[in-house]
Each structure stands twice: as C-alpha cells, then as structure tokens.
Design a protein around this ligand. Structure first.
Ligand code: DX5
Ligand code: ZN
Length: 214
C-alpha cells in the first residue's frame, strides 16, 4: 500500500507558516498534520483554530487536526469551521468519545481516534465502526523530536489485522526516512513526520524522499 505523508506543522518555522506549508504541498505531501495541545491533556501548548483558518486560505492540503486536548467535544465545531478535514481525538480525553465522534461526523468531517503508547488497542476497539482513522502514537503526545518507541509495533500489527488492508492507520512520532520501514512494515499507512520534514535542510526534498520510499 502506498503511504500518505502528513508533515507535522509543529516542526515548521512559525515566522513563515504559509510558505512552509505551500512548499511541502507542492512537493507532494498528502495531509498537513496540525498538533493542537492544551497544556492539560499534554504538558505543552501549541496553537489553535486561528492557525488553521489562516492557513486554510493558503493551502488545499487535507488538514489533519490532532487534538491533544482534554475536552475536545467543546472545540470540534470550531476546528471544523476553521477548516479541519480530519479531526482526531484521544482515548485519554475526558469527553464522551461516542458523542464526540458523532459530532465530528455530523459536521461532515472524518473522525480519528488516538492512543498514547501505553494505551491498549482494546480501548479503541469499541469505536472501530465509528472512526475513519486510527492514530497509534509512537511517542507520548506532547512534544516533537522524541524517539520512536518500538513497543508500539505490535499494536500497529494487531490493528492492521483487525481493521483490514484498506483502513487508515496513522503513526505519529519519531519517524524519519531511516526508520520509516518499521511502522510501514508493521502496517501503518499514514505517516506523520515533523522533525524529519520541517526540521530538515530541505523539507520539499524530504517529502519527495518519503514518498519515493514506498
Ligand atoms: C507529538 C505530536 C507529533 C510530533 C511529531 O505530540 O503529535 O505530531 O509533532 O514530531 P516528530 O516527527 O518530530 O517526532
Ligand atoms: Zn500529532
């Protein structure tokens, strides 16, 4: 299966976001991964809807919003309005997951569900028929630039077995060109890469290299 590449904006130069996004879009990136952190579900803050709505006018990429926030139910509508196409919430959040996934769909958006490395796949299983993408975190949510945790490979393999060959399984954290084969061979097909793309000397070339690898 060909991979979809979702560069994470978190590692971009925030003084020239539109330029950064247009550069990776022209190079063939599939999604723009937008890491939203509330300083509560995760110990860090990042950005919110104004960044999405600003970039929405400058890019046609699929906006893949990864909401690392305690109460996503309160905010999914504003992310939908700001231009998110896929809205992913965490199993670790405090919102009612069923209701929040329904709300995302009622807004005409795709819904994703994320699991931190220590969360068992069984926590996501009750929602498999309600999600369009499963996000298996390969680092603990909260920071870019961490190292890939190989323990998650078994979870990816099991998810692929249960969800079938066509389902979108995303992996997020610590993926570079040199270890891309690890999540892909385990069964992931949507690859988030922050440092490896925007942190590189030439993000457009990094996108082309990732896309050429599979
Ligand atoms: C971590 C974020 C990731 C992160 C990936 O909380 O969800 O998307 O930005 O960054 P790298 O690719 O640098 O590990
Ligand atoms: Zn992310």
């Amino acid at each position: 299966m060909a991979i979809k590449l979702a560069p994470s904006l978190l590692a971009a130069d925030f003084s020239r976001l539109a330029e950064e996004v247009q550069n990776i879009e022209a190079a063939g990136a599939d999604y723009l991964h937008l890491d939203v952190m509330d300083g509560h579900l995760v110990p860090n803050l990042s950005f919110g809807t104004p960044v999405l709505s600003g970039l929405r006018k400058k890019s046609n990429l699929v906006f893949d919003a990864h909401l690392m926030i305690t109460d996503p139910h309160k905010y999914v509508e504003s992310f939908a309005k700001a231009g998110a196409d896929i809205i992913t919430i965490h199993v670790e959040c405090n919102s009612n997951i069923d209701e929040t996934l329904d709300l995302i769909h009622s807004l005409g958006k795709k819904a994703g569900l994320a699991l931190n490395p220590d969360a068992d796949l069984s926590r996501a299983m009750p929602y498999f028929d309600k999600i369009d993408m499963l996000l298996i975190m390969s680092v603990y949510a909260g920071f870019g630039g961490q190292s890939y945790i190989p323990d998650v490979n078994d979870k990816i393999r099991e998810a692929r077995r249960l969800l079938g060959p066509d389902f979108d399984i995303q992996v997020d954290g610590g993926v570079y060109l040199h270890n891309l084969n690890v999540p892909v061979e385990a069964g992931a097909n949507v690859i988030v890469a922050g440092s490896a793309v925007f942190g590189s000397e030439d993000p457009a070339q990094a996108v082309r290299d990732f896309k050429a690898a599979y």
